[in-house]
Design a binder for this molecule. Structure first.
Ligand code: USQ
Length: 404
């Protein structure tokens, strides 16, 4: 199958490219190296010493005998994206090519605009290119469980059956995202759903939970194939951050009460889920949503797990509650459905002390690369100190009132 992977230089994109290439598919990747650029801008870096995309592709060719074809450019540049799709004529597109961080999207107006522009316009360009070049292509898009937020009812997979004033319908599940990043994914979902309903495209929206882990079967074949591993405030996810903190003796940064509960999955299961979605495509005109996580944990439970696993390998791990920089429920109901991928055959890797110990071992090998300054959060969801700088609302004059 011809597969195009957008964001193919990233944490998930690179291992996904190797996985499909290992299975004999014709794989091309697109990336604009924005994650590498954002790290340079913040003087931070991946814990793992990753090579350039070209070097990794070369190493993969040497190790596996398989090719991965790179295209360097941005999805926001329609001319570039359209030309890639015209050249590669993909039967499946796996789309990871977005700004993935909630804190990054909340750090400034500029970062919020960049996030929404990159994500929403990039995806919209993609939908037009698919419509006009490869209308049968299956779009597998990385969404997020965070689109739903934390409602006080069970979360379904994309849609909910509603009875209202004596009538029934199945409608998109209500969305209550907690950051401007998560909101960008909601906008994407609406646009993709629209493209399926109106243009007859086919798409699977993978509402993924929080990913943890480093190694996949392919990356373990050679150290040059390792994927990036972020632990900084912006791009590190919570368990990955806790594991790095445990290794360097930093107290685990539990935000607030630590009762925040999310769906989690191992990076190996991300690859399994994407493979299952690709092997079992949506029908033309269908917009499917799969909730992509394997287990639910609270932040406090994860901290306790890392503390225990650390103790087993001789690390003294302190767990500390930090003032929560985010506006989010710290103790809440959470029960999300995740049966659709299991029905397709997903066999989850379960999170336990053994897995955490193996992560701690890999992290310890790169311990000297940790930039400790990058760990504590600096971005606040609602920066109080800025309130004083906001000018008071203007009195509506006749002319402004007319304009509104
Ligand atoms: N948290 C801490 N301490 C930390 C870091 C995070 O207590 O040091 C808490 C956060 O407040 C939050 C939870 O852990 O309640 C998860 O935070 P996170 O940074 O691991 O995950 P999040 O910001 O939600 O975003 C990540 C990915 C994003 C993906 C999302 C899936 O960065 O790309 O979409 O997980 S989900 O969370 O299901 O929306």
């Amino acid at each position: 199958m011809r597969i195009l992977i957008l964001g193919g230089d990233g944490y998930l994109g690179w291992p996904t490219a190797m996985r499909f290439s290992a299975r004999g598919h014709e794989v091309s990747v697109v990336d604009n190296f924005s994650r590498r650029r954002w790290h340079v801008e913040h003087s931070t870096d991946s814990l793992t010493p990753i090579g350039s995309l070209t070097d990794r592709i070369e190493a993969w060719r040497e190790v596996s005998g398989n090719e991965i074809k790179p295209f360097v450019g941005s999805m926001e540049d329609f001319g570039f994206l359209d030309a890639v799709i015209a050249e590669t004529l993909p039967e499946t597109i796996v789309h990871y090519g977005e700004q993935p961080s909630a804190p990054y999207s909340m750090k400034s107006r500029e970062a919020a605009v960049e996030t929404q522009y990159t994500n929403v316009i990039g995806t919209l360009n993609l939908l037009f290119a698919i419509r006009d070049r490869v209308p049968d292509c299956h779009l597998v898009k990385l969404g997020t469980m965070g689109e739903y937020g934390t409602p006080d009812i069970d979360i379904e997979e994309g849609f909910i059956e509603i009875e209202h004033k004596g009538r029934r319908d199945t409608l998109p599940f209500p969305k209550l995202p907690g950051s401007l990043y998560h909101l960008s994914k909601v906008h994407d979902s609406h646009n993709i759903h629209f493209a399926c309903r109106i243009w007859g495209l086919r798409a699977t929206d993978l509402n993924q939970g929080v990913v943890y882990g480093i190694e996949t079967d392919e990356s373990a074949r050679d150290e040059r194939l390792i994927t990036r591993f972020d632990y900084d405030e912006y791009f590190g996810t919570v368990l990955n951050r806790f594991c790095v903190q445990a290794v360097i003796g930093h107290p685990l940064t539990v935000y607030g009460e630590g009762g925040q509960t999310r769906g989690f999955l191992n990076i190996r299961d991300t690859l399994q889920c994407v493979e299952l979605a690709v092997a079992n495509p949506a029908e033309l005109g269908e917009f499917r949503v799969f909730n992509q996580f394997t287990e639910q944990f609270s932040v406090a439970e994860l901290a306790e797990l890392v503390r225990r696993a650390g103790a087993e390998v001789g690390l003294e791990v302190a767990v500390k509650r930090f003032p929560n920089p985010r506006i989010e429920a710290e103790s809440h109901y959470y029960n999300a459905a995740n049966t659709k991928l299991r029905e397709l055959g997903l066999e989850p890797h379960h999170l336990g002390e053994e897995l955490v110990r193996s992560m701690l071992g890999i992290i310890a090998r790169h311990r000297e690369r940790v930039i400790e300054r990058a760990i504590l959060p600096r971005t606040r969801w609602k920066p109080g100190e800025l309130v004083a700088q906001v000018p008071p609302p203007r009195q509506a004059t006749a002319s402004t009132a007319e304009l509104e």
